[in-house]
Design a binder for this molecule. Structure first.
Ligand code: ATP
Ligand code: MG
Length: 267
């Protein structure tokens, strides 16, 4: 899974990344789903340990084009985890109050506390994605944001937050398929938003904006992972495996029990 990690300083070209890839996984969808079920159990155990250990925080950022699978990833990967230890924060177009502050204000307060996992469904990266593509602020302002974001994330990391960022990479054709199936399915139709088509028309501009994000904000302490996401089962595996590898690398421990606990007899 480390294969999908963007090393700091790499110039990312998304045309070189195959959204259909399922590298290293040839056993097919059914086996992948079985593997994911096992990983969910492991993730639940690790989250319990993260909470008990209480020294670390984990931030998971998800970014993608519309229908890229942010919601599905959250559902599939975190299904087995205790809801008390995980929080999802979704970032929509900013309210007038949010706009009256700097763009990191609304993000900072949603960060994980000790022992918590927080998943960002969209994030401060919208402020260099949609904002850049739609010219919502002048270029001289969004240009400086890559540096702000790197400094902000470095501060979080220095203070004990582990950060993982995933870009779920689907193809333009796959998005068309997913939009059509949303329109055809009465249970999914409500998810379709006419504005999604405006974003779709600017696909190439979005790819350029994502390439800038991936090339300029993947750092040793806050790396990006580009996840081939046309196959949902592969996408879920990559995200789950990466979370587990990361949590396993944290040297989490259950706190030692109170002294003398062996002698206690409950009557
Ligand atoms: P869903 O799966 O429900 O469609 P979603 O994340 O696409 O989930 P929407 O309400 O459809 O949710 O879209 C949120 C919109 O808010 C996106 O178009 C996104 O680009 C926009 N947005 C998020 N952050 C910002 C921001 N900082 N500035 C401007 N627009 C933003
Ligand atoms: Mg949407």
């Amino acid at each position: 899974m480390a294969a999908h990690r963007i090393e700091s300083g790499t110039e990312v070209r998304l045309v070189d990344v195959d959204p259909d890839a399922t590298d290293g996984w040839d056993d097919g969808k059914k086996a992948a789903r079985a593997r994911l079920a096992k990983l969910r159990g492991k993730l639940a155990d690790l989250q319990h340990l993260l909470w008990a250990d209480g020294r670390h925080r984990l931030l998971v950022v998800l970014q993608a084009m519309d229908s890229g699978g942010k919601d599905g990833t959250i559902r599939n990967v975190f299904e087995g985890v205790n809801p008390q230890g995980v929080r999802v924060a979704s970032f929509k177009a900013p309210t007038s109050t949010e706009l009256s502050h700097d763009y990191l204000w609304r993000v900072h307060e949603k960060m994980p506390a000790a022992g918590e996992i927080v998943v960002f469904n969209r994030s401060h990266y919208e402020d260099v994605l949609v904002v850049r593509v739609l010219d919502l602020v002048p270029q001289e302002r969004w240009e400086r944001r890559y540096e702000h974001i790197n400094a902000f994330e470095q501060m979080l990391a220095d203070e004990g937050t582990t950060i993982l960022k995933f870009y779920l990479h689907i193809s333009r054709e796959e998005q068309a398929e997913r939009f059509r199936s949303r329109l055809d399915n009465p249970k999914k139709r409500w998810k379709f938003n006419a504005a999604d088509l405006d974003h779709r028309r600017r696909w190439d501009d979005y790819m350029t904006a994502f390439e800038a994000v991936l090339s300029r904000t993947s750092t040793p302490d806050a790396p990006w992972f580009v996840v081939p996401a046309n196959h949902k089962w592969y996408r879920d595996l990559v995200v789950a495996e990466t979370l587990i590898e990361t949590l396993e690398g944290l040297d989490l421990r259950y706190p030692s029990a109170e002294p003398g606990i062996e002698e206690i007899v409950v009557t």
